[in-house]
Each structure stands twice: as structure tokens, then as C-alpha cells.
Design a protein. Structure first.
Ligand code: S3P
Length: 442
């Protein structure tokens, strides 16, 4: 079903950021591994997170929704063999982190997912977990569906992930909790550190250090550590907040406030690039600490945007924000160039191809690179008028609909049901700041 975002004269208003997806997955998994009752507020209730909740339940935790965003998890201090397959739907994070968490228990668990997830590379998780002693039987050795046979006592490893990935780091650390000896992960580039922060909040002892200035970040933990239950709110998602913020920036008359956004250097790449390199009018007020994370109220208003070269070292801290960056770049003056981002090829879809196609079908000149893309900014509203093929990718769908709020003509998407995975209130929140997103049939 086609949905269309119509150009509107202004984007003004205030909304609250939905719960962070990364933190919501981690909260459920850590609480299920702990012994006792954890309670959470502000949990993201997107499909990806609900899949993780379902998997936690299947592995023996008591997981209950108490009210909007309020969840209780009763962990047994370990996992039981699930009687059915763990279905992670579209969720790379849920499936990959859970593989690490399950690996330290002597159970068989079958991991399945939708077509997109079944096409995504799992070798990056299979390799280190196999080295630690888990047995993983995957379709073509690399992909879901797979059966993971865990082991009571894994062996610790000293691992340098070949690609910057918080999911890989987290899976190894979660397995490391149940390993004999000290598990070490060496990251050439810093990736989001929510697992480390939340493990500490749950009472785990972790060492985090850097090998020389600018050198690899080294995270290590001793095996055999038990986790304590958590009582906490989940901070707001900076990746979701990027959509209303972008709408405020590209509008001819934009003024948007998004409350309670997590501010963490490992996630703030887009905002840093916008403020420091693209001339965006963006600011923040402190909003307090939540779950070991700083939060801010973010505001953005329209202003002269200019293109930039995104420094490759910034890529991991904005890895999910490239489709929306490309939309902002389309409104900016001059060229924007992204490189060093080949990981985008293996996200929910090939996000380099999908992003470039999204722009081109709306009259913006854009070119795909092996490891990024180049956008020729229109110095104002791009033509629009296209129907974007979303390829089941929530961030492509939301980016295209944001573009439609300020393009010369409406922008349509072929589907928006998958937005449920990360931002179920997207259409309502966008309407609250003035967007007009409508089902074409309506
Ligand atoms: C995530 C890590 C990132 C990111 C994903 C969420 C996480 O993936 O793209 O949306 O919560 O750990 P990679 O670890 O593959 O970079």
C-alpha cells in the first residue's frame, strides 16, 4: 500500500523520543540473564524489541508488559531450552546479541528470522562464538536459520572483530560472562557502548581501556559473573529522533524539540556532522541521566545547510543515520560525500543502493560508491514526486517520508508497515509536528 508525505509549509512542535532500540534489546536480555525481578519504563515497543521479549520468554524468563512502555522481567539467572524456534523477525541486534547470551548454556536453540534477516551475515558472530566453544549449525555456514548448541563452560577469547560492530562486541561479551577466564574484545573503531554501560549497571565488572591515544578500545570481563536485576528507564533513541530533527532542519519554517534523547559519543555522529560541518541550527539542553546514559532535549530549526565530506572515522557513530543524512544533504548547498561505510551494504537492505535510489527517484543527483555515496545538494527543496522502493527497510521508509515534508512535490513509499520495527509512533509523532503522511487510498 502506497503512503505519501505531502509538502507542508512548516514543521513545528515538540515530541518525546521513543525508547532506544539498542538499549531496549539489551535491557530485556540482561534482565533475563539476571536472577530476580527487573522493571523498565520507556521501553521501545517496536516489533524488533517484541521479538527479543518473545525469545527471552521462550528461554524461561517471565516477561510481562505492565503498561505503555512499562515492562517487568523475572530472570532465573540463566536460560532453559526453548521448545520452539526463536523468531527474531527483522532484528539483527536481537538475534546477534541473543546468540552470545545463549552460547553459555548447555541448550539447543534454533534462530530464525524474516527474509531480510535470513540474508544477513552471521559469520561475524558464528566465528567468535565457535572459537569460545559453542556449536553452530547455520544454513550455508553463514546465515539464519541456524541451530546454536551452547556449552556450560565456554572458553574465554581475546578477539579483535574484523569489522566495527557493536553487535559482535556485545555477543562476545555476553558469552564471556559464562566463559572460563577473561574475555577481551579489541575494537579498532569505537562502537556503541550500551552493553558495557548496562552490564555495569547490572553489577558486572568490566575493564575498559585504550591502547595508547587513539589506539584500540579494549573491553574485558572475567567469566563466571552473575548479573543483578535492573530498575530503570530506557533513554530516548537518537537514531529515531533523527527523523523529526531532520524534518525541522529541511523545512522552510522549522522548529522542532525532541525530548529525552540519549547523548552518547558512540551514537552522536550525525548530530556532530550536522552542527560542526553542515551549518545546521541544532542545540541541546541537559535532560538528566537515564540508565547510565546522559540524555538531552534536542532542538533544530531551519537554516542554511551545506554539504560536507563525512569523515570515515565518524561512520560507526552514525551507522544507522546515513539514509536520513542523505535526505538532509539533498536540501543542502553543495556536495556531500560518504566513504568508509561499506557496512551499509549488509544492513536491513543494501542501504547504499536503497539510499541512492530513494534520492534519484525524487530528482536528486546521487551516485553510489563501493563504500558510500555522493549526493549533489539542491540548495533548497529537491523536486520530489517519486515513489520510493523501501525494500522492507524502516530507515529508508522514514527518510523518504521526511523528505516529502519539504520537497517540491509529495514523496511516496511503497510500504511503511516495517516502521513498526523501530518507531511505531513515527506517523503520529510526525503529524504532531505538522507533517501530512497519508495512505493514498484514504
Ligand atoms: C546495533 C549495532 C549496529 C546498528 C544496529 C544496532 C546494536 O549494528 O546498525 O542498528 O544495538 O548493537 P552493527 O553492530 O552491525 O554495526
Amino acid at each position: 500500500m502506497v503512503w505519501t508525505s505531502h509538502p507542508v509549509p512548516r514543521i513545528v512542535g515538540q515530541i518525546r523520543a521513543p525508547g532506544d532500540k539498542s538499549c531496549s534489546h539489551r535491557a530485556l536480555i540482561l534482565a533475563s540473564l539476571a536472577k530476580g525481578t527487573s522493571t523498565f519504563s520507556g521501553m521501545l515497543e517496536g516489533d524488533d524489541v517484541l521479538r527479543t521479549a518473545g525469545a527471552c520468554r521462550a528461554l524461561g524468563a517471565g516477561v510481562e508488559r505492565l503498561g505503555v512502555g512499562r515492562w517487568e522481567v523475572i530472570g532465573r539467572g540463566g536460560f532453559l531450552a526453548p521448545s520452539a524456534a526463536l523468531d527474531f523477525g527483522n532484528s539483527g541486534t536481537g538475534s546477534r546479541l541473543m546468540m552470545g547470551a545463549v552460547a553459555g548454556f548447555p541448550i539447543d536453540a534454533r534462530f530464525i528470522g524474516d527474509e531480510s534477516l535470513s540474508g544477513r551475515p552471521m559469520g561475524r558472530i558464528i566465528d567468535p562464538l565457535t572459537a569460545m566453544g559453542a556449536k553452530i549449525d547455520a544454513s550455508d555456514g553463514q546465515r539464519l536459520p541456524l541451530v546454536l548448541t551452547g556449552r556450560e563452560r565456554l572458553s574465554a577469547i581475546d578477539y579483535a572483530p574484523p569489522k566495527a560492530s557493536a553487535q559482535v562486541k556485545s555477543a562476545v561479551l555476553l558469552a564471556g560472562l559464562r566463559a572460563e577466564g577473561r574475555t577481551v574484545v579489541r575494537e579498532a573503531s569505537d562502537t556503541r557502548d550500551h552493553t558495557e554501560r548496562m552490564l555495569r549497571a547490572a553489577g558486572a565488572e568490566l575493564e575498559i581501556r585504550r591502547e595508547g591515544p587513539g589506539g584500540p578500545r579494549i573491553v574485558s570481563l572475567e567469566g563466571g559473573q552473575a548479573l543483578s536485576p535492573l530498575q530503570t528507564a530506557i533513554p530516548g533513541d537518537p537514531s529515531s529522533a533523527a527523523f523529526p530533527i531532520a524534518a525541522g532542519l529541511i523545512s522552510a519554517d522549522g522548529n522542532v524539540l525532541v525530548e529525552g534523547v540519549m547523548s552518547n559519543d558512540t551514537r552522536s555522529g550525525l548530530y556532530d556532522v550536522l552542527a560542526a560541518r553542515m551549518g545546521a541550527v541544532i542545540g541541546a539542553d541537559e535532560a538528566g541521566d537515564v540508565c547510565g546514559e546522559r540524555t538531552i532535549d534536542l532542538h533544530a530549526s531551519s537554516g542554511g545547510l551545506k554539504g560536507t565530506d563525512v569523515p570515515p572515522r565518524t561512520v560507526p557513530s552514525m551507522i544507522d543515520e546515513f539514509p536520513i543524512l542523505a535526505v538532509i544533504a539533498a536540501f543542502a548547498e553543495g556536495e556531500t560525500r560518504v566513504s568508509g561505510a561499506e557496512e551499509l551494504r549488509v544492513k536491513e537492505t543494501d542501504r547504499i543502493a536503497a539510499t541512492v535510489d530513494m534520492l534519484r527517484v525524487n530528482g536528486v543527483e546521487a551516485e553510489a560508491l563501493d563504500d558510500g555515496f555522493v549526493v549533489q545538494g539542491c540548495g533548497g527543496p529537491p523536486p520530489g514526486g517519486g515513489v520510493v522502493e523501501t525494500r522492507h527497510d524502516h530507515r529508508i521508509a522514514m527518510s523518504a517520508l521526511v523528505m516529502g515534508t519539504a520537497a517540491q512535490s509529495p514523496v511516496a513509499v511503497d510500504d511503511l508497515s516495517m516502521i513498526e520495527t523501530s518507531y511505531p509512533r513515527f506517523v503520529a509523532d510526525m503529524a504532531a509536528i505538522g507533517a501530512e503522511i497519508r495512505d493514498v487510498a484514504a
